[in-house]
Ligand binder design. Sequence first.
Ligand code: GTP
Length: 598
Amino acid sequence: MDQQYIRNFSIIAHIDHGKSTLADRLLETTGALTDREKTEQFLDKMELERERGITIKAQAVRLNYRADDGHDYVLNLIDTPGHVDFTYEVSRSLTACEGALLVVDASQGVEAQTLANVYLAIDQNLEVFPVLNKIDLPSADAKAVKAEIEEIIGLDTADAVEASAKEGIGIHEILEAVIKKVPRPKGNPDAPLKALIFDSWYDSYQGVIVLVRIFDGCLKKGDKIQLMANKKSYEVLKVGVFTPHPVEMKELSAGEVGFLIAGIKVVQDAKVGDTLTHLHRPAETPLPGFKEVKPMVFSGLYPIDTGEYDSLRDALEKLRLNDSSFSFEPENSLALGFGFRCGFLGLLHMEIIQERLEREFGVDLITTAPTVVYNVTTVKGEHLRVESANKLPEVQFIERIDEPFILASIHVPNEFVGTVLALCEEKRGIQREIKYLTANRVMVVYELPLNEIVLDFYDRLKSITRGYASFDYEHLDYRESALVRLNVLINGDLVDALSLIVHRDKAQYRGRDLVSKMKEFIPRQQFEVAIQAAIGGKVIARETVKALRKDVTAKCYGGDITRKRKLLEKQKEGKKRMKQVGNVELPQEAFLAILKVK
Ligand code: GTP
């Protein structure tokens, strides 16, 4: 189709500023939604929609719009995930676009967390233009928010649309702005095929569904295609677009966005960022920017009830079907029994998966402290990848340990710079740059060990800046560090799941902090419980939980046997979330205490 009449764009917005409401309005105005669908937020549905046997993930919706100039346009609205762990996916989705709407709540103003994505869009040379939403609110102050957008981001707001997605104000203006401001695609339809994969997911009827943006060439049913990163080839069974309903098309040509189905069995084969080309007339070079995303953070997941091991494995397998960046393998812990070592992109990704396991699959979990991947060289010259503290060899066998470093960019208002610097220094950071973006906004750039970030960096950053800091990072390299394994002993028994890898200089302090935090969470038992922190054979900290005999039936004044039974049942229930270590019962909180250690 004629690229002159195609516009590809996405919406960037802070949470709650109205992205979904606006997207729904755009769908409604362009006639994409039926009356029934208007009652629900179409783009915001977590439950995946089934229709004609295809799972819809409304990640790219094609809208037909007749503009004021009398021409019919195709507008592709491409959705982006919104968090630092998924920066790579966001950057690929943005690459599929030529422009982006920046939606800002006119009663709230610019929020720090939006900035990372705005800069990502600007870096990709997208045309970004502001929309002030919620102008119907009495507290809306469009003028002040425009000034803020100019000052903080440096975008011209002279033509910014003032809108209310809720009341349907400014929607026409937004559509016209998309036509006028977003540049048309400029691919060559006759060149060899170059299509960017910007999303893929697994569908139980159709196999993997791949979302693509065609840059050059043309893609048809029956074409033999090849994925340029892994060289695998397939035959195209279907191409089409989401309107948001799946509609099969004859072809997708340069500038267009749509889906394809090609008998791909696993999402791991259709990686986001890869370039798709024809097998027999391939493009010479792939589109730039492909990265193999690897899990960077690992943690052990154990069923609280050992009988749930199989259902946990099934649940993990189901999650992996749709998430190529998530990995797991069986792991065995002395303290926790059989479980899995899982790999995640980052901390948020980890939280999402844990939450889904508990909520959607109903598995109660014990989670061990997250760790990163260390490169360990033994005295015999072997190289090991260690992603769990209890796999670290004893100190006498280690020649050196290298740990991953990241480059962190933190955007923060002026008043918090001092506290942010102090936090970065505390976390073994190396300062690279402090730059004033505007009179009041500062960008702080630090090299930091990822090990320090996975524990509590992000939460601390948020709390010391009252939520105003935005944080983004990229991986740098591995560096040699003086790291040691810190063990926890409960009444002399090593709790392998509680071991940590820490910097030597911090081991003493961390050990002390850890045992005192754990003491708060371990209930008194019928005997004394000693909690010790040790490096190798050397105990560096100790706390004691005093003995107590808890007689729950004492309240029963003798008599009623059923009441007595009930109380004992209750006590059993409470014990379900406990794990037996030696003869001591530890609650889940004790395992999480490790996360709260500074
Ligand atoms: P996430 O889906 O959480 O990322 O949020 P979002 O940015 O998609 O925001 P959403 O569209 O869910 O809107 C957030 C809230 O703001 C909802 O309660 C909407 O009804 C409300 N809202 C959206 N647009 C407007 C508007 O123009 N005016 C008013 N008053 N409220 C609005």
